[in-house]
Design a protein around this ligand. Structure first.
Ligand code: SF4
Length: 202
């Protein structure tokens, strides 16, 4: 079971395979693993202690960032995520912690959650994907239906008040043309976030 794995200069953490979306482009539909990891499908979800133990095996003089990403949506396990992030920060406050998320934490957890990331997470990378709510629905296929897109925007806006860096992402050409990229930048910046164009990978 792969809980932690290396991607370039970062340690990625895989805490759940659950996700409220079924994105048409999801890497989970294209094979057993990514980034050289054999398999990111978990037999079962690791406990908080198991996550902390797996993280403790890495040499942090070589890695300066921990990324909650995985093969699923990390905020499906918000309590575990925040407990581990807090543990890491207590050990080394300078260690950068990023969460890659679809931004649907409020709907997943049934309450406002952006404020809970304060002082535990340095960067939230939120998948914006598009400026068009209908396209979002068609591409990300969230189980929350039309409520998902505005909830994701609200989460991002509230996160900018407490998390030092909030980045919203879209995939670059040919998935997102330059006109749509420009509109997505307006959306992200109107929320106080920065837009990042992710490279398109076949
Ligand atoms: S939000 Fe992420 S993990 Fe979930 S289906 Fe979409 S790409 Fe896959």
């Amino acid at each position: 079971m792969t809980i932690t794995y290396q991607v370039k200069n970062s340690i990625y953490v895989n805490i759940t395979n659950r996700c409220p979306c079924a994105c048409t482009f999801c890497l989970r539909t294209h094979g057993p693993g990514v980034f050289g990891s054999d398999s990111l499908w978990l037999d079962r979800e690791p406990t908080t202690d198991e996550i902390a133990e797996s993280l403790a095996t890495w040499d942090y003089t070589r890695f300066r960032e921990v990324v909650f990403c995985g093969y699923g949506e990390p905020t499906e396990r918000l309590d575990a995520l925040l407990a581990v992030a807090e543990h890491l920060k207590m050990r080394d406050a300078s260690l950068r912690i990023r969460v890659n998320t679809n931004g649907l934490s409020d709907l997943v957890n049934g309450r406002p959650t952006a404020g809970m990331f304060a002082n535990k997470v340095d960067c939230l990378s939120i998948s914006l994907n598009t400026d068009d709510p209908d396209e979002y629905l068609a591409v990300c296929r969230p189980r929350f239906g039309k409520a998902a897109y505005p909830a994701m925007l609200k989460f991002a806006k509230e996160a900018t008040a407490v998390v030092p860096e909030v980045v919203m992402t879209v995939v670059g050409e040919p998935v997102t043309d330059s006109g749509k990229q420009a509109r997505c930048r307006v959306v992200a910046e109107s929320l106080g976030a920065r837009l990042r164009i992710r490279p398109y990978e076949r």
